[in-house]
Design a protein around this ligand. Structure first.
Ligand SMILES: NC(=O)c1ccc[n+]([C@@H]2O[C@H](COP(=O)([O-])OP(=O)(O)OC[C@H]3O[C@@H](n4cnc5c(N)ncnc54)[C@H](OP(=O)(O)O)[C@@H]3O)[C@@H](O)[C@H]2O)c1
Length: 282
């Protein structure tokens, strides 16, 4: 098995560059899927309060025998819990569900600038509390645009360790990534396979055929060479292994350029725009 590089965060900790995402894995399937991911060699799991499967992630960690420090787990604050007291309660519930004393990384899932009077700064201050009291080893954000990050920088003392945003060949999100690079914020690329769309791309298929790799491996290798953190989701153990096997080949400059040329601009975005997204679970 090829070994997964660690990426250093601005708080001195490290995160495995490749992980396993559990969005849209039903709770009843999560223990099995995460156990199979550990079996394949993943040691980094990306979940969220809104995915509804934190308890099952914790159960799979305990069943794995890897030990609490043998795995890196991220979760994210629900859109329903941005008010400081709600965020504190929700975070307690996350640790209880996972069965952990501390989580490796905790994120604000969406900035929700049109809700909560546009105030995600007081929410961020609560995440700073979790880091100070040691229950969140690292803290970060997700779906933050540069303007949102600028506001945090103006009002608070802690630069987010990561910003988890939509990134794939059709939507490389380079302005947000560049802001992160300038300010020491690691970019995590969500939907790294464009939720499966890259598999049908003729340009990616041609590179894959030439290199004797799969389209998924070519797309994921592109992310790795751009130094982003990725956590593709799959329910298939064979695909878990395929998506992990990225560290014994390289894309040359022409291949990197061919993938960059697939950029569709704003039309390439699959998910909602962070400036207007305002969905809150019941
Ligand atoms: N912060 C946020 O707002 C946010 C939003 C979305 C996602 N995320 C995170 O990012 C993770 C990944 O994103 P995602 O799940 O949306 O999409 P993704 O990883 O880009 O794509 C997942 C899709 O690709 C398919 N797939 C995976 N590997 C494959 C392979 N080797 N060959 C063929 N098909 C393959 C999967 O199908 P099968 O399952 O059938 O194999 C699934 O349909 C999530 O699980 C979550 O942790 C975060």
């Amino acid at each position: 098995m090829s070994s997964i590089p660690d990426i250093r965060l601005n708080d001195g900790r490290t995160i495995p560059q490749l992980g396993f995402g559990v969005f849209q894995i039903a709770p009843r399937d999560t223990v099995r899927a995460v156990s199979e991911a550990f079996e394949a060699g993943y040691r980094h799991i990306d979940t969220a309060q809104m995915y509804g499967n934190e308890r099952e992630v914790g159960e799979a960690v305990r069943a794995s025998g890897l030990g609490r420090d043998g795995v890196f787990v991220t979760s994210k604050l629900s859109n329903a819990s941005h008010r400081p007291d709600d965020a504190r309660r929700a975070f307690d519930a996350t640790l209880t569900a996972l069965g952990f004393d501390a989580i490796d990384l905790f994120l604000i899932h969406w900035p929700l600038p049109t809700l909560y009077d546009g105030d995600f700064v007081s929410t961020w201050r609560v995440l700073e509390e979790f880091q100070r009291d040691g229950r969140a080893r690292s803290i970060g954000v997700s779906n933050f645009q540069p303007a949102h990050l600028e506001w945090l920088a103006a009002e608070t003392d802690t630069v987010p360790a990561v910003n988890q945003v939509e990134v794939h060949p059709y939507f490389p999100n380079d302005a947000v990534r560049a802001y992160g690079q300038e300010h020491g914020i690691v970019t995590e690329a969500w939907a790294p396979l464009a939720q499966g769309k890259v598999m049908a791309d003729p340009a990616i298929a041609a590179i894959a055929a030439r290199l004797g790799r799969s389209p998924s491996q070519v797309a994921l290798r592109w992310h790795v060479q751009r130094s982003d953190v990725v956590f593709p989701k799959t329910s298939s153990p064979a695909r878990m292994r395929e998506n992990l096997d990225l560290f014994e080949f390289e894309l040359g400059p022409d291949d990197m350029a061919a993938l960059a040329s697939l950029d569709q601009g704003p039309a390439g975005r699959i998910g909602p725009h962070p400036d207007s997204f305002d969905w809150v679970p019941d």
